[in-house]
Design a protein around this ligand. Structure first.
Ligand code: LMR
Length: 397
């Protein structure tokens, strides 16, 4: 059976992570995979997470099964974190949340759920989008179509082209949107654009599917969720995939959630029963530890406060690095877009050859698309990276 299988190329993001690990140069810089790093280049366990883990260790009494929906308390608290405590959809009982194995688990189960709703569902994704979106959704055999999102010249959202393209979508089609901190471009929709796309989706009977993996790392927890909150209020149905990997630093614990906003409580109950049955037939139930940590933090005022302050500091650090990088690159061209963009990622807008030179000659790693993880920079590495960039850009001018 196996002899006919060919070796596949490595995943572009995870493959780069491996190549970086194998590079023996001491001055190498990892701007590849999207993990937050502190000034020392580490990805520390957040203080609130450490405390919650300690409390769990002392108080946990069982490891018995918890069920396909995961922890009820976690689900409720994540719903409130995404929507804000007083959101009308919560009051109207239109919200159902299930815990998933990371944001990827949420995306894939949303795809399986969409297939149950309509086997030939079409999902519209932004060009560009996160490298794993298409495998996750296409792997569930959904039809994928693309809408233009990023103007390559200005590296900002080409909103008119996006809207014009989505006019072609048909009722029942799904539109995948990034809730904040667009991955890979960092170019986000503003409040007016969210309002306009909500109008379009409503008028055409489309279903928005929002992936929000970086809440709190763009502007703040509330503003980053503005699109999710608006759509959940105005539209009968919305799907939201969320992740605790980045904002709680729980990457390897695989902690995420899938939220279904339904037209009413009764439809929500039926939809959730279908989703839970799909979960049971895929992985049965999600892992517990990360969600238990998040639940304890969100449910304990002093831990919540500690977590929020640490998250705010991470967000401010990213914003500061954005300003410093755009300034340091100014002699080589207009990189002011880096300061305008939000979240962990921006494209540098350089060629794959220049990306390769940076990797091979300078030990600076970024994706071939020139996506960099801003949070991978530090006061030490930023000058190295900007000097190398200036040199490489000067060389090929
Ligand atoms: C990234 O985009 O680098 C992260 O979301 C990590 C991943 O799984 O790709």
């Amino acid at each position: 059976m196996f002899e006919q299988l060919k070796t596949l190329p490595q995943d572009p993001i995870l493959g780069l992570m491996k190549t970086f690990r194998e590079d023996t140069r001491s001055n190498k810089v990892d701007l590849g995979v999207g993990v937050y790093r502190d000034e020392a280049g580490n990805t520390p366990i957040m203080a609130a997470v450490q405390q919650a883990q300690q409390r769990l260790l002392e108080t946990e009494t069982t490891k018995a099964y918890i069920g396909p929906a995961g922890a009820e308390g976690f689900n409720q608290l994540i719903g409130q974190l995404l929507l804000g405590g007083n959101h009308p959809a919560l009051k109207d009982g239109r919200v159902n949340v299930v815990q998933t194995p990371g944001g990827c688990g949420a995306l894939r189960m949303a795809a399986e759920f969409l297939k149950l709703c309509k086997p030939d569902t079409t999902v519209w994704v932004s060009t560009p989008t996160w490298a794993n979106h298409i495998p996750l959704l296409g792997g569930a055999n959904l039809n994928i179509r693309e809408y233009p999102y990023l103007d390559k010249a200005t590296l900002s959202v080409e909103f008119d082209a996006m809207m014009a393209c989505l006019e072609q979508a048909e009722a029942g089609d799904v539109v995948l949107l990034h809730g904040c901190c667009h991955n890979p471009s960092g170019a986000d929709l503003d409040a007016d654009q969210w309002a306009a796309i909500t109008d379009l989706v409503e008028r055409k009977g489309l279903l928005p599917f929002i992936d929000i993996a970086y809440q709190g790392l763009g502007e703040n927890l509330d503003q980053d969720a503005q699109g999710v909150r608006l759509m959940a209020e105005r539209l009968p149905e919305v799907i939201v995939a969320s992740s605790c990997s980045k904002n709680f630093g729980l990457y390897r614990e695989r902690t995420g959630a899938l939220m279904l906003i339904s037209a009413n409580a009764q439809q929500g109950q039926a939809a959730t029963s279908q989703l839970l049955s799909a979960i049971r037939s895929h992985y049965s139930m999600p892992p517990s530890h990360g969600a238990a940590v998040v639940e304890m933090i969100l449910d304990t005022p002093e831990l919540m406060q500690a977590w929020q302050s640490e998250l705010e500091a991470m967000c401010v650090r990213i914003l500061d690095l954005r300003a410093a990088l755009s300034q340091a690159l100014a002699p080589a061209g207009d990189f002011s877009f880096i300061e305008r963009q939000r979240g962990m990622f921006s494209f540098l807008g350089i060629t794959p050859q220049q990306v390769q030179i940076l990797r091979e000659e300078f030990g600076i790693y970024m994706l071939d698309s020139s996506r960099i993880n801003i949070a991978g920079l530090s006061a030490d590495t930023l000058p190295l990276v900007s000097e190398a960039m200036r040199e490489v850009l000067g060389r090929t001018e």
